[in-house]
Design a protein around this ligand. Structure first.
Ligand code: ADP
Ligand code: MG
Length: 594
């Protein structure tokens, strides 16, 4: 038999592949906007005619392209963003497949003009159905302008499949919104037909949300901020009372890329627990930042799905961050506890402002909230979180607890751990990590309020610093003061410490300061983006474990209670577990085996 396999000509292959990338005008909008972002643009204009059917034009002031690149960018697998397979592990750009322009040019007429800053003349390239018609030098501003006309002009069947202008425009603007939310630092101008749809300068995330979704959003948003070494989450969630019947604004961005994730949706939804009706949806705008090496964004051609290496802890952290935000703003007063308000009234919410329970209160007040959380872990810790293994701890009805609150036995192991009995096992708490979590939330709260208690020292202490430390410190004196550290400039590189955070009032101020500076140096990068969290984290680390000595039972109880008054008792701010629970069944099993 004669051989019958042929290689498809490029333009046919491109057209087939285009089906994956370009489904409708909105796909073109997304790809062009993302390219402009990747090109470092600070201003982007999007023009749509007939919902993008006849024109999608994106103009940016980014780095532009050289004469050859302006043509090469239309080749399949032409990309400047990765060069080797390893690069796939560190993707920080939106694009990397080098497919978008080739695909778009296969099914439309594309007119590109581009100039890089160091070139006097720019380049114009016109490509129609993968065929280059024009490649010439032109006068054009620095940056790139790409006009995509007559989408699917050569595939009538697909053109017919497009929906009404209203529907296509909605899709196109949704793509725009995702990019605009992810990049509030970029100014956008969007024109549809003859009307201005959006015109913004650079702004912050909150302003951007309000700009895109309306003034009313301003009062509806609750800030979220949580940072661990593995993941930082920040952004906004909607107050429960504004939850809607229809799926509204629900945005997850991972490293500034919009993603869909039913799994994370669940983490957020679940955090609202009983706060909203089952068929209502809260809104959220959450930005996750993770190490690019810990995700795989390569599993979907349009890249809205990604895979996390450690999905379960991401779930737990997102869940806890949202709960904490709801709790902190007192939106969820009885979130973590039994819904019987009479039982809980004197104890207060799970926020750090809760009145701590003390052993001497036995008999006069109800069961401490913290303990109860441990008995009820499967409602509070999200899914099976590695170290915690909440499923092993059976839920004990809290009514029983309130009848017999008796003092729970606690004891110390090697000065490092606190052990206590649970109904179906026991818990081991890492003392230092627990104090770190407590100090972190305390500091964060103080920073948010702009003030915190400090214990004034009788004798201010002068400390001389090296130049780097001194510069670092001076830049954050007001914030340190909020966290209870009273420091003033004394002249030269000397500062005077006149007050310490109450938790460590009797510590050596100089040692504390040096520890803190070391932590701050380590958090330098984070200080730029999530300043409060990074400051609080540094403070917490330098405070934690300063009194390593023996703990009286009362102080152990106190520590546990303060831990469970935290919004996120189970992890240190660095994402390490603060406690581990053991089930009796686990013990039985081990004895049986022996
Ligand atoms: P990818 O974005 O995956 O690299 P594209 O087909 O979207 O693939 O773009 C191909 C290349 O063209 C990019 O890698 C980039 O070098 C260049 N390019 C595309 N759009 C722009 C732009 N607006 N400004 C500067 N360069 C661009
Ligand atoms: Mg691209």
């Amino acid at each position: 038999m004669t051989d019958i396999i042929r290689l498809l000509p490029d333009h046919v292959a491109n057209q087939i592949a285009a089906g994956e990338v370009v489904q409708r005008p909105a796909s073109v909008v997304k790809e062009l906007l993302e390219n402009s972002v990747d090109a470092g643009a600070t201003e982007i204009t999007l023009v749509l005619k007939e919902a993008g059917r006849n024109l999608v034009q994106v103009t940016d002031n980014g780095r532009g392209m050289g004469h050859t690149d302006a043509r090469t960018c239309f080749e399949r697998h032409a990309t400047s963003k990765i060069g080797a397979a390893e690069d796939l592990l560190h993707i920080t750009t939106k694009g990397f497949r080098g497919e978008a322009l080739a695909s778009i040019a296969a099914v439309a007429q594309v007119d590109l003009r581009s100039r890089s800053a160091n070139a006097e003349l720019g380049t114009r390239v016109v490509v129609e159905g993968s065929r280059t018609r024009i490649h010439e030098a032109v006068v054009t501003p620095v940056g790139t302008s790409i006009a995509v006309k007559g989408l699917f002009f050569n595939i009538p069947a697909r053109r017919q499949f497009l929906k009404s202008d209203a529907v296509e425009l909605k899709h196109a603007l949704e793509e725009f919104q995702r990019v605009a939310l992810a990049h509030p630092e970029i100014g956008f101008h969007v024109v549809s037909g003859t009307s201005d749809v959006v015109r913004t300068g650079p702004e912050n995330e909150r302003q951007r949300i309000v700009h895109l979704f309306g003034r009313k959003y301003d009062e509806r948003l609750v800030p979220v901020e949580e940072a661990t070494e593995q993941l930082s989450v920040h952004g906004f969630i909607g107050k429960p009372e504004f939850a809607k019947r229809s799926r509204g604004e629900q945005y997850f961005f991972v490293n500034r890329r919009f993603i869909r994730s039913p799994y994370l949706d669940h983490a957020v939804r679940n955090a609202y627990d009983e706060l909203i009706a089952r068929d209502n949806y809260p809104s959220w705008f959450l930005f996750l930042e993770v190490d690019p090496a810990s995700i795989d964004i390569n599993i979907h051609p349009t890249k809205t799905e990604i895979k996390f290496k450690d999905e379960r802890s991401i779930y737990a952290i997102v869940h806890a961050a949202v709960r904490r935000a709801l709790g902190r703003f007192n939106i969820a007063p009885s979130l973590d506890f039994e819904p019987e308000p009479a039982l809980l009234a004197p104890v207060g919410p799970s926020s750090a402002g809760a009145v701590p329970w003390r052993p001497q209160d036995i008999g006069t007040r109800q069961v401490p909230t913290g303990w109860q959380m441990l008995f009820d872990t499967d409602r509070t810790s999200g899914p099976d979180v590695g170290a915690i293994e909440p499923t092993r701890t059976k839920v004990l009805p809290s009514r029983d607890l309130s009848v017999d609150p008796g003092p729970r036995p606690v004891f110390q192991l090697h000065g490092k751990y606190i052990v206590s009995q649970l109904p179906t096992g026991f818990v081991v708490i890492d003392r230092r990590r627990a104090s770190e979590r407590i100090a972190y939330e305390h500091a964060l709260k103080a920073l948010e309020l702009g003030r915190g208690p400090s214990q004034t020292q009788l004798f201010p202490r002068n400390v001389e610093l090296n130049a780097t430390d001194h510069a670092l410190l001076v830049g954050m004196l007001p914030e340190l003061r909020s966290m209870g550290l009273e420091i003033a400039e004394f002249g030269g590189r000397t500062v005077s410490v006149s007050g310490l955070p109450a938790e460590v009032a009797s510590t050596d101020p100089e040692a504390l300061l040096h520890d803190l500076l070391e932590q701050l140096q380590q958090e330098r990068a984070a200080l730029k983006n999530e300043r409060h969290a990074a400051l609080a984290r540094s403070m917490a680390r330098s405070i934690a474990g300063r009194d390593d000595g023996h703990l009286e039972a009362t102080r152990m109880h106190d520590l546990i209670d303060r831990l469970f008054a935290c919004e996120m008792p189970y992890y240190t701010p660095g994402g390490k577990p603060t406690l581990i629970t053991f089930g009796l069944d686990e013990l039985h099993q081990r004895f049986e085996r022996g």
